[in-house]
Design a protein around this ligand. Structure first.
Ligand code: HEC
Ligand code: HEC
Ligand code: HEC
Ligand code: HEC
Ligand code: HEC
Length: 326
């Protein structure tokens, strides 16, 4: 009996010590990493992380960010069907810089890289600079060195490749960064690997799926009106601080479909306009555009439907649909 109680006491003591050691380590890592001796840090470093490993390697710890990136167009920049076709089976040298970049230095055209081309625009070119993982935070990571770098929250970072869109954005004078719409942040952990996920505080994690931005009814102002002989459609890009649609190389489109109907709602005729950067007809921020259509004489009403087609695909989605009476 006595031995049993002593044993329980000892295990409580050990448990308390372990918890204390854990708390001390947590404090050290998150608040005073500079107190950790360099020779200890060397033991846990994984130098291959800075040597262009494949993207999957980062998923050992950054599982959630990896999954998001995998869904992004950036992960397809080298393997998408349309890229392969347009680059003449990847033979055009001048395409490499942005589709398989070696290192992203904000505002400077990248050199192409030779390693892991199938990963397209991935973690390493976007984060490794001068022998460390650069990012938005001042933090200590045991497996690899890190460096806080303010570029990561500025639009200039994206301007490296999105040159035309960046120019359009600058012209609007907007103070909303590209990241604020295309990399929204929410609370979470940077790593999912045990015990690292317990040893680091919660932070904000940016959406690495780089969503294209939803055009919704409120993004654009659309109005239709009949004059004596014509039907006018007024469009204003009221909210998106670059052109709609916008592109550097791709061919996204906004279709403006107008259908005229008689008093019974029967369709009489229709017509459409295409707004696209390739044809220089995309909607400039806050600049009204008037399109003119000619309805048949029996027309009693008109339906306007706006459809959006992204740079990389053919499927279209409805953005706005409204009917106007004569
Ligand atoms: C063995 C685990 C591990 C692997 C593998 C790993 N990381 Fe990390 N990384 C961490 C930890 C831990 C942190 C710090 C987390 C925290 O403090 O919240 C971190 C932080 C970061 C940061 C933030 C830097 C900053 O200052 O804002 C970036 C960027 C980063 N890692 C990129 C990468 C990339 C790219 C790869 C793949 C080449 C990679 N990591 C592989 C563990 C890892
Ligand atoms: C190294 C060049 C490069 C950098 C840096 C870069 N991009 Fe891209 N981005 C591309 C390329 C190339 C594509 C098209 C990939 C494809 O579809 O094949 C693309 C596609 C996109 C798309 C389109 C997604 C879709 O679904 O249509 C968005 C949004 C985007 N990038 C946002 C950003 C933001 C925000 C930044 C800055 C944080 C950024 N990009 C930095 C090259 C880059
Ligand atoms: C097109 C460039 C680009 C690619 C590709 C990319 N990142 Fe990032 N990453 C960024 C930017 C920009 C930020 C800062 C976003 C912000 O905070 O507004 C960031 C932030 C981070 C952070 C800090 C936490 C956060 O979300 O702010 C980590 C960790 C990170 N990235 C890891 C990765 C990993 C791992 C991959 C690959 C699976 C990857 N990144 C791919 C540009 C990129
Ligand atoms: C206020 C939010 C907002 C900001 C800020 C913003 N965008 Fe967008 N972006 C959108 C919306 C909404 C769309 C969809 C409509 C369109 O194509 O114009 C979009 C579309 C895009 C697309 C086209 C995707 C495709 O496949 O057609 C790219 C590329 C892009 N943005 C890049 C950027 C870059 C680079 C910046 C910074 C210079 C930026 N955006 C700033 C909201 C924003
Ligand atoms: C300066 C950087 C840059 C260079 C150089 C570049 N691109 Fe791109 N490319 C982009 C960006 C950014 C996008 C994202 C969509 C957009 O804004 O058009 C893109 C998108 C695309 C797309 C549409 C997305 C998809 O997967 O279908 C194709 C196709 C494409 N590029 C082909 C090429 C070809 C072919 C070349 C060489 C002749 C090339 N690009 C050179 C930056 C570049």
């Amino acid at each position: 009996m006595k031995i049993r109680i002593r044993w329980i006491r000892w295990s409580f003591l050990l448990l308390a010590l372990a918890v204390l050691a854990g708390l001390a380590l947590f404090k050290l890592i998150n608040e005073q990493p500079r107190l950790i001796p360099a020779f200890l840090v060397e033991q846990v470093r994984q130098p291959d992380l800075l040597e262009y490993p494949e993207a999957r390697r980062c998923a050992d710890c950054h599982q959630e960010i990896f999954e998001a990136w995998k869904k992004s167009r950036h992960s397809l920049a080298w393997v998408s069907e349309s890229y392969i076709k347009n680059s003449e089976n990847r033979s055009k040298e001048k395409c490499l810089a942005c589709h398989v970049p070696k290192e992203v230095v904000p505002g400077v055209k990248p050199d192409p890289r030779l390693q892991q081309r199938d990963d397209g625009i991935y973690c390493v070119p976007c984060h490794v600079r001068n022998g460390a993982m650069n990012g938005p935070y001042d933090l200590f990571s045991p497996p690899h060195p890190t460096r806080k770098n303010a570029d990561y929250r500025s639009s200039k970072f994206c301007s490296t490749c999105h040159q035309k869109t960046f120019k359009e954005w600058s012209d609007t004078g907007s103070r909303q960064t590209c990241q604020s719409c295309h990399m929204k942040r929410r609370g979470g952990r940077l790593t999912q690997k045990f015990p690292l996920n317990w040893m680091h505080v919660k932070r904000e994690v940016a959406d690495h799926s780089f969503p294209k931005g939803d055009l919704v009814t409120d993004s654009l102002y659309v109005q239709g009106s009949f004059t004596d002989a014509a039907f006018m459609v007024r469009l204003v890009n009221t909210t998106v601080p670059h052109r709609v649609p916008t592109a550097d190389n791709g061919d996204p489109r906004l279709f403006v479909q107008v259908t005229f109907m008689d008093e019974k709602g029967g369709e009489l005729d229709g017509d459409r306009e295409i707004l696209s950067p390739q044809q220089d007809t995309a909607l400039i921020y806050q600049k009204p555009v008037d399109l003119q259509f000619f309805p048949p004489t029996q027309t009693q009403s008109a339906r306007i439907v706006l459809r959006y087609q992204p740079a990389w695909g053919k499927e279209r989605s409805d953005v706005v649909s409204l009917t106007v009476q004569r």
